[in-house]
Design a protein around this ligand. Sequence first.
Ligand SMILES: Cc1cc2nc3c(=O)[nH]c(=O)nc-3n(C[C@H](O)[C@H](O)[C@H](O)COP(=O)(O)OP(=O)(O)OC[C@H]3O[C@@H](n4cnc5c(N)ncnc54)[C@H](O)[C@@H]3O)c2cc1C
Length: 392
Amino acid sequence: MLNYFITKNQNKCSGCGACASICPHAAISLQKNNEGFLYPEIDKTLCVDCGLCNKVCAFENPPAKTTPADIYLVQHLDDSILSRSSSGGVFRLLSDYVLEQDGFVCGCILNEKHEAILTLTKEPAVIEKMMGSKYVYSKAEGVYSKVKEKLEKNQLVLFTGSPCQCAAILSFLGKPYENLITAEFLCHGMPSQTAFECYLKSKTKSLDSLSEIQFRDKSKKGWGLVFSFLKGKKKKYGVENTDSYLYAFISGYLNRYSCYECPFAGEERYTDFTFADFWSVEKFHPDINKEKGVSAVSVNSPKAQRIKKDLEELAFWQETKREYVAFGNPAILEKHSGKAPAIRKTVYETMQNNGWKYCEKRFFRPKHYRLKKLWYSLPRPLAKAIKVLIQR
Ligand SMILES: Cc1cc2nc3c(=O)[nH]c(=O)nc-3n(C[C@H](O)[C@H](O)[C@H](O)COP(=O)(O)OP(=O)(O)OC[C@H]3O[C@@H](n4cnc5c(N)ncnc54)[C@H](O)[C@@H]3O)c2cc1C
């Protein structure tokens, strides 16, 4: 039986759903807890104690580690793709490579109910929806079996997702497949769908009136953290940590408990590729145009090295150092803190009892909130000119 059913240790379950997917007796289902995170539950009358669920649990039986070798600064050469990607457009580089070979891509979309789900496709229109970060926990259950089915038919599959989801597919499969490419983003944690919906409900009476949600809209301020959506026909923005959801996300107040001590974080990796935001790029590579977004890509396996060679002409690649990336993004080298922020539990309880707007005022505002709001409201050229004056 799955060890989690004995310990009920929430730090040791990412809610990946591999256990439920593998169970031949449908004895395991995923249920939402009061914070909106999924955890497995067992129907003991159906369980025959075959142990398959424990075998595919990446926390209990982690997949084989890869060897992160080289790390590169990467920026897609197609400006249109770059503008719709969160950072340097690495996801589209890889997904186009796989589509060209008639392969399938697994990635995250927001469905019409604004729920984040992992899905498998070869439809360009769906891949378009996978582009861009969705800073919310994505449901993955069900996708693992579909991926396995394609792999068994010798079809090429690109699996993208969080480090725990990539570890989950590898543990679920239980053996290496040459026709599988795994690519994870560097992740510091995921808030629950319930928290995200609570935020969205603070913006509208009807969630149906919201569309085109983006967490990393580059159109207003260039590369950074800008949340945007259409409310009816009106576009709304929330910039950096003056937006309450982005503030809560960056502060780690809303993460799943397992995120704080994620076993798949740190220098050792399990996937072919790891991609990250290269926030500190201008300090070490001053010639790059940072405004458009830049990724750092860790090439972790011989398979990834071969694919990288095929992709060299489609993007700007420059070798860099892990220490340079870690300057603005320590998670490329370090494990997570291991501890949830002291107020995390209170935040979720208060959200349930008093709603998002109350939490916003109490927990989700940075220091000098009004000044920052004013700063972000300035037109970009004016803000740039002021910055130059200050730096003189
Ligand atoms: C919850 C979350 C936390 C993150 N934390 C960090 C971090 O701490 N440091 C860092 O450098 N980068 C982080 N990222 C990744 C970063 O935001 C960029 O998405 C990444 O660098 C890829 O950018 P891109 O330009 O290559 O492609 P994009 O087109 O932006 O890439 C999109 C890719 O992300 C996947 N994706 C998006 N949302 C989700 C989701 N909710 N669940 C599963 N897969 C998803 C898509 O399927 C696709 O593979 C995080 C992303 C998410 C979703």
